[in-house]
Ligand binder design. Structure first.
Ligand SMILES: Cc1cc2nc3c(=O)[nH]c(=O)nc-3n(C[C@H](O)[C@H](O)[C@H](O)COP(=O)(O)OP(=O)(O)OC[C@H]3O[C@@H](n4cnc5c(N)ncnc54)[C@H](O)[C@@H]3O)c2cc1C
Length: 440
């Protein structure tokens, strides 16, 4: 047992990380800038909570491991169960995928619903406490031993500052994390890899005017560069609601009004979203979220990061949300954190280094998937490796084949769901299918 752990940020990554630490620390304190949530609703400091959130199967398994039975609780509370390959109507690279009933059952709900269930569960863990309306100001480091010793925080209510001691500080403060600048004051540089996507998400919730629902549960029109830069996603969520989202990269203008929302649907290569909108009535305003770039912060490559300091979730890596990876990666990182704190006797520099190295491996595949797709767009900025055109060629072939070949489709969704490695798509069966297609 260690004494105190502090988790900066009480959103999804922060809650999951706190739970992962709770069996190895006497006290886990979450420092959260926002107010205590009182209802199942989007939160001001988590602006993405207005937008749809997919939990991939790899992430679901990790969350379930940390919070046993949470999946059944979500289902009991109204989450929708869908068959990935059967209930999703998916248009990609010019064709619709042929649906079939496969093995992957998705549990889907709004972000606030998942967040409120995680909150309820950590409220019942006696050694986790949350200090709301408290801002983390600076990491405190014992320079002699290069080890974290605590965190300086400021109450947003009383404006008073305080120094809290800790054996471990976990940064789960999201994309806007200050870790890089905090470490810089101690002379430690963290490199960033950025892919400038300039993505917007425009989402609103709707209900159907009549009871008759479409023959799908989720509808996805994936941007497929260069031919189609526009994306749309309709997701069924709890309480008979649908979240409707448009996305656009680089110079696309986000729809802000009712008319613009409809006009955006006209730009899509298929009319299904437009047809759906005609059958639906809006129940919320349109919320816009902009994501200037995807970023991977290379804590794994930095030298001399103090012992007892780790970074998790969006603070470490922010993906293009179109791939729905953030929560799942954060949950997998938390499992790794749990495993490591249970097996070490000291939270020294080698602990920190080994953790960041391991989670860099967790991040590598989803990062590669998301950036390979984005970099097809010629105006998206980022490091284009020599292998990139080959990866893009291969993945496009897989996407195209998956439209008509159920074996390729299920392999693709297993990899996308982070339950199989990308090697699964390099099986001779896949090559044979490619070969047959070429000569058919
Ligand atoms: C539009 C959009 C759609 C997305 N869709 C998906 C999806 O479909 N599936 C998926 O898995 N992921 C998705 N994501 C990503 C997902 O939201 C995140 O990866 C996931 O929620 C983890 O976020 P986080 O907890 O690391 O950070 P955040 O949710 O950003 O939370 C950070 C928390 O830290 C607090 N905080 C920040 N600074 C401080 C400070 N100095 N002191 C104290 N507290 C602080 C904030 O108040 C906040 O509560 C999407 C993201 C966006 C933007």
């Amino acid at each position: 047992m260690f004494e105190n752990a502090i988790v900066i940020g009480g959103s999804i990554a922060g809650k999951i990380a706190a739970k992962a630490l709770s069996e190895s620390f006497r006290q886990v304190t979450i420092i959260e800038a926002g107010q205590e949530p009182t209802e199942k609703a989007p939160r001001k400091r988590v602006p993405q909570s207005y937008h749809p959130h997919v939990v991939l199967k790899g992430g679901e398994a990790a969350i379930e491991k940390l919070f046993p039975q949470i999946t059944s609780e979500l289902i009991e509370d109204g989450s929708t169960l869908t068959n990935f390959t059967g209930d999703l109507k998916w248009h990609h690279f010019g064709s619709w995928k042929k649906p079939f009933t496969g093995e992957l059952i998705m549990v889907q709900q709004s972000q606030p619903m998942l967040d409120s269930h995680l909150q309820r569960r950590i409220n019942h863990v006696s050694n986790i406490t949350t200090r709301y309306e408290t801002m983390s100001e600076q990491l405190l480091i014992d320079r002699q031993h290069n080890k974290v010793c605590g965190l300086r925080v400021r109450s947003l209510k009383t404006r008073t500052e305080e120094e809290l001691s800790a054996d471990l500080v976990v940064d789960a403060s999201g994309f806007g994390s200050k870790s890089r600048s905090w470490l810089k004051t101690y002379g430690i540089e963290i490199k960033e890899e950025r892919v400038g996507i300039q993505l917007f998400y425009a989402s609103r919730l709707v209900r159907l005017k009549k009871e008759k629902r479409p023959d799908w549960y989720n509808l996805l029109i994936s941007p497929s560069f260069p031919n189609n830069p526009y994306g749309a996603y309709i997701q069924t969520i709890e309480d008979d609601r649908f979240s409707v989202t448009f996305s656009g990269y680089v110079n696309e203008r986000a729809p802000q009004t009712n008319e613009e929302f409809f006009s955006y649907a006209h730009k899509l290569p298929e009319t299904d979203v437009l047809d759906f909108l005609k059958q639906a009535k809006p129940i919320t305003d349109i919320k816009i979220h902009r994501i200037p770039y995807q970023v991977r912060r290379r804590f794994d490559l930095a030298k001399h990061i103090p012992g007892g300091f780790v970074v998790i979730g969006d603070a470490h890596c922010r993906f293009d949300p179109v791939f729905g990876q953030g929560i799942s990666v954060a949950a997998m990182e938390a499992i790794e954190l749990q495993r490591r704190v249970q097996h070490v006797t000291s939270l020294d520099q080698s602990f920190t280094k080994a953790y960041h190295k391991k989670i860099s491996k967790i991040i590598a595949t989803p990062w590669d998937m998301a950036t390979t797709e984005a970099l097809r767009h010629q105006n998206i900025t980022g490091d284009r490796s020599l292998a990139q055109p080959m990866k893009q060629w291969y993945s496009k072939k897989v996407y195209e084949l998956s439209a008509s070949d159920p074996d390729i489709y299920i392999r693709l969704v297993r990899v996308m769901n982070l339950i199989r490695s990308p090697h699964h798509l390099f099986h001779p069966k896949v090559w044979l299918a490619m070969f047959k297609k070429k000569f058919s």
